[in-house]
Write a protein that binds this ligand. Structure first.
Ligand code: MSK
Length: 630
């Protein structure tokens, strides 16, 4: 048998170079070129010291001008910018969650969307004191959805899902006055606090940043994840493939990209209809191939094994293959560059959401009511575009790797129950995992998440860190574009256990799992919150004392800051490989990278050198083990 090898970054970069050559032939632009065109970044922007909140400015802070015209100092300006950044991310994730609530509200026995996991729905209903006995499942779904929608604007109280956290964590949130109230209120409050003439005290601004982040992680994102599972199924392990080689030369290739599974689920369903496959054959294709990019890819890979073509910085590559009939997008992380790029090829760039309108696209408005009809229209459009391919421009790199994905909280618990016989638990608990950590077979866990960023060599930080942590017996749970980085390289293959230390390799063998576990998209970091909350309850260890940390080595978006804030506020130290725009204020930076420990028992750690970042994660985990006496 051939020895298992990872796909190297050099191999991926060589293939990208070939695709960029095709791009040059047709006059296409690329993110690589645009990053060069930008030159070095504005120092004021990068350090967060430019204030554009009113029209007396923009004011920029320098040694000669230490205050803006209103008198705000650098700490107030950096803090306000940081809070606005967080609010952007929290609003975005939570609005995704809101769309999912609306879709759940419109589920019906004979409609476009149905309840696929009634047990999960009933469990949530019970948590929220919604009666379930002798009720139609769709009545329950509608009441749960409506109650969820109220979480966005309720006038009193805090988020319902906070009760899932251990009591100690809830006490910390109460003590620190960061318990999130209605989701929209936290975002509005952030915008109000940062208006000209409101807050300029760094502590108050950072505190609201945590609260706003928590409204995302334990509010909007958690509802997005849970209700998606209710409608589309709770992910369970399944096999798939990853990297550009999943595109098929003799098939119609439809790429789904964005975040909301309501669109991609329907595209997958309609692409499998016999009449659509017949149509594809009638235009000379062997069939229809769906592949994903970014978090939409994570959603459909986790539930259907749909292959993953790439992550955030691969999105232009799928069009550059010349073999993409349609790239269908919904919201978030979509390059506006896809419009002009698709015009250089035969590719249809199809936008579907009023929230993400882009020039040079075909707009087909997609919503819960017209989902079936429009999914059919989109699939048909892609199929009919197949004969327009310019054959001389087609080049699909051969690289692809096997991956096993679908590790929701429920599937992790179920799978790890098989590891230690003495800890098999019928009800499913995290005790087998805790036992592995307690005994030192596994030293700890890292939740690695987040994007790509041209400031970091594409996927380098993700992959190098993963290899280093696995070799040190640290298990990885992944989501977002970090997950696709791993899958493209081969680290989600079960054979990747050969890169682990002896302890973790043994666990992977016994449980038959890959050493990095795919937990889903960026809203699914809420699954990780449920995992650590239950580990804390099952072990008696406080979350902020467990040898578990967060890491976002190539992050770029506002959503990532909102995530970072709720992960830290939940008690997990979080390691960043890209500096947040806070360097200009020693007070804000000092709070984020140290002071927060006094509030929530965790903080950020920033290190741009990937090797040193790995060392500091390992040191952090070992220090926590020592403190626990394990
Ligand atoms: S898609 S937010 S680039 S993880 Fe969720 Fe990837 Fe980051 Fe977007």
């Amino acid at each position: 048998m051939e020895e298992f090898m990872l796909t190297t970054l050099e191999e991926m970069e060589a293939e990208t170079a070939k695709l960029l050559e095709t791009g040059q032939k047709v006059g296409a632009d690329s993110w690589q070129q645009r990053a060069k065109n930008q030159g070095s970044h504005c120092k004021f922007g990068e350090e967060g010291t430019c204030c554009r909140i009113c029209t007396m400015g923009p004011c920029r802070i320098t040694p000669k001008a230490p205050r803006g015209i209103c008198g705000c100092d650098v700490h107030g300006i950096v803090g306000r910018n940081f809070l606005r950044f967080t609010a952007g991310g929290a609003a975005t994730h939570s609005d995704h969650g809101r769309e999912i609530c609306h879709t759940l509200y419109l589920t019906s026995e004979d409609g476009n969307y149905k309840v696929k996991d009634p047990e999960k729905l009933k469990k949530i209903a019970a948590e929220w004191d919604i009666p379930t006995e002798n009720r139609d499942i769709y009545d329950i779904a509608h009441e749960v959805a409506e109650t969820g929608l109220m979480e966005y604007g309720k006038p009193f109280g805090t988020q319902r899902f906070l009760k899932r956290a251990p009591e100690k964590t809830q006490e910390i949130w109460k003590r620190e006055n960061i318990e999130p109230r209605a989701i929209d209120r936290e975002v509005s409050c952030a915008m109000h606090m940062t208006h000209m003439g409101c807050s300029s005290e760094p502590e108050a601004l950072v505190r609201q940043s945590l609260r706003c982040g928590l409204s995302d992680g334990w509010g909007g994102s958690m509802m997005g994840t849970e209700f998606s599972d209710v409608m589309f199924g709770t992910p369970m392990p399944q096999d798939t493939e990853a990297n550009l080689g999943v595109m098929e030369e003799d098939m119609v290739n439809i790429i789904v990209h964005g975040h909301d599974p309501s669109l991609s689920e329907m595209i997958v369903e309609y692409s499998e209809k016999p009449e659509m496959i017949a149509l594809a054959k009638s235009v000379g294709a062997k069939g229809i191939n769906i592949a994903g990019v970014c978090c939409t890819s994570n959603e459909v890979a986790m539930r259907h094994g749909i292959p993953m073509a790439g992550n955030f910085l691969s999105q232009e590559n799928v069009v550059l293959t010349g073999a993409c009939e349609a790239i269908v997008v919904d919201v978030q992380c979509i390059f506006p560059a896809l419009g002009p790029l698709s015009k250089c090829f035969h590719t249809k760039f199809i936008t579907t959401s009023e929230i993400a309108r882009m020039p040079d696209s075909d707009f087909i408005h997609f919503n819960s009511e017209n989902a079936g009809e429009n999914a059919e229209k989109i699939v048909r459009m892609a199929v009919e575009n197949f004969p327009n391919r310019k054959k001389d421009l087609v080049y699909i790199p051969k690289m692809k790797q096997k991956a096993t994905v679908g590790y929701s909280y429920e599937s992790i618990v179920k799978t790890l129950d098989t590891v230690t016989n003495s800890f098999v638990d019928e009800t499913g608990s995290t005790r087998p995992l805790i036992e592995c950590i307690n005994s030192g077979v596994i030293r700890g866990a890292v939740a690695m998440v987040g994007c790509n960023n041209p400031k970091v060599r594409h996927d380098y930080a993700h992959i190098e860190l993963m290899k280093k942590l696995l070799a040190n017996d640290i298990v990885l749970v992944l989501s977002g574009c970090s997950a696709q980085a791993a899958a493209k390289a081969g680290l989600m293959s079960k054979e990747a256990k050969k890169f682990c230390g002896d302890g973790l390799r043994r666990v992977c063998e016994l449980a038959d799992i890959p050493p990095v576990l795919h937990m889903g998209s960026c809203v699914d970091i809420s699954r990780m919150m449920v995992l650590v909350a239950n580990m804390s309850k099952d072990s008696g260890w406080d979350i902020n004392k467990m040898p578990v940390v967060g890491c976002a080595p190539e992050w770029m978006s506002e959503k990532a800051v909102s995530i970072g804030n709720y992960v830290v506020a939940t008690g997990l130290d979080t390691y960043l490989g890209v500096y947040p725009q806070t360097k200009g204020s020693s007070k804000v930076d000092g709070l984020l990278q140290g002071g927060l420990k006094d509030w929530v028992g965790a903080c950020y750690h920033v290190e741009l050198d990937v090797d040193k970042l790995g060392d500091s994660i390992i040191e952090g985990i070992e220090a926590k083990r020592t403190a626990l006496g394990i």
